[in-house]
Design a protein around this ligand. Structure first.
Ligand SMILES: [Zn+2]
Length: 384
């Protein structure tokens, strides 16, 4: 899901709040952050709206800019409702929602993890545009009963903007909500989530190209005078869409490679030694036994540590006969023991939760199967 930052626990994540954002409060337990770029947008809107304000209510002086600021706040309030609807839907399916961030192109909701079914993906995505359309329709209703004046200008803007946000977000290309609706549909039809992501990612790339040529098409077919602002805006939006779509496609490719990574296939044969054995002797025995890894065990045979390959390399050869193997081992905490049957994204999740260079692979009956090196997993993922 959009820019989720999985795995960080709460206090750490608060410390890691993206630079240039500040917290304005929380909705249903999720932090609401505002990017400082928002002030730029508010300023821009205030300047762009000022001539219309002057027309409707002349003689306001500098106060005429306040109308634009009020509109910008109301507009982003509506964007916040859109994002909050994603957050509420995600929570209903049991996902943790880290934060909602408002930035100059709209908002983003950071949800931990991925939808587990097309139905979840569909509902979490579709509620956003639906919320915007409902808010837009409500503003349109209000527009009919609002008397002429500055309030009407704001209501008119809110109706137009929300209906536009709702419709544009339904365009079937990632990273837009409509892209996730398309992803859900293709996922449902083919049974493969990656196929859904790739289809919706390409939808996003096509949309990006269309946005790039929009100003040209606008002047060619509708005779509308385009300005530099139109071109700059279309380039910024096209880049935003293209990079989001490309990221989605790449991550889908990595994920489909991941599903083929099997811990059992990558296991290194391991040699068990007492942890006070001199390192040089342990290395000699491992070479003799053609073992790709060494673990240390108690006198009763229970594993206590796994030798860290990098620590061995860092140990000068002339010191190796004099140090115990335990000096270069990492103690086997819970996260360093993995079932040998672990595969794919589950395996990567385990490595991410307890980062290490080596893991002990345990058979279902509790016996030692071998050692899994993180470097081997990375190599397997890269090789596909
Ligand atoms: Zn949305």
């Amino acid at each position: 899901m959009s820019s989720s930052d999985p795995g960080d626990d709460r206090p750490e994540r608060r410390a890691q709040r993206p630079p240039g954002t500040f917290r304005i409060g929380s909705i249903a337990g999720s932090d609401v952050l505002v990017s400082s770029s928002w002030f730029l947008v508010a300023g821009l809107i205030a300047v762009l709206m000022a001539p219309r304000v002057d027309q409707i209510e002349p003689g306001l002086g500098a106060w005429k800019y306040l109308v634009g600021v009020v509109f910008a706040v109301a507009l982003y309030g509506a964007v916040l409702l859109h994002e909050a609807s994603h957050a509420v839907a995600a929570r209903r399916y049991g996902f943790q929602v880290h934060s909602i961030t408002l930035h100059f192109l709209g908002g983003v909701t950071a949800i931990e993890g991925e939808a587990r079914s097309p139905r979840q993906e569909f509902w979490i995505a579709v509620v956003g545009p639906v919320t915007s359309l409902v808010v837009g329709a409500a503003a349109l209703g209000l527009w009919f009963v609002t008397p002429e004046g500055l309030l009407l200008l704001v209501v008119e803007g809110l109706a137009g903007a929300n209906i536009l946000i709702g419709l544009l977000n339904l365009v079937p290309g990632l990273p837009l909500d409509g892209g996730r609706v398309l992803k859900a549909a293709v996922w449902k039809l083919t049974g493969h989530v990656e196929t859904g992501v790739v289809a919706a990612g390409w939808g996003g790339r096509v949309t990006a190209v269309a946005v790039l040529f929009y100003p040209v098409a606008q002047s060619a077919f509708f005779g509308v005078q385009t300005t530099v602002v139109d071109y700059v805006l279309s380039i910024v939006i096209a880049m935003f869409l293209w990079s989001g779509a490309t990221q989605a496609i790449m991550s889908a490719r990595i994920r489909s490679r991941l599903t083929r990574v099997v811990a059992r296939d990558l296991a290194r044969r391991t040699l068990a030694v007492p942890d006070d054995l001199p390192l040089a002797e342990a290395l000699r025995r491992a070479q003799e036994a053609q073992a790709g890894s060494i673990i240390t065990v108690t006198s009763g045979g229970a594993p206590v540590g796994v030798v860290d390959e990098a620590a061995v390399r860092a140990m000068p050869a002339d010191r190796r006969p004099w140090v115990a193997t335990s000096v270069v081992t990492r103690t086997l905490e819970a996260g360093l023991r993995l079932p040998v049957a672990i595969t794919g994204s589950e395996l990567v999740e385990a490595i991410r939760t307890t980062p290490a260079s080596e893991y002990l692979l345990m058979d279902a009956d509790g016996s030692i199967y071998g050692v899994l090196a993180t470097a081997d997993v990375e190599r397997a993922i890269r090789a596909g």
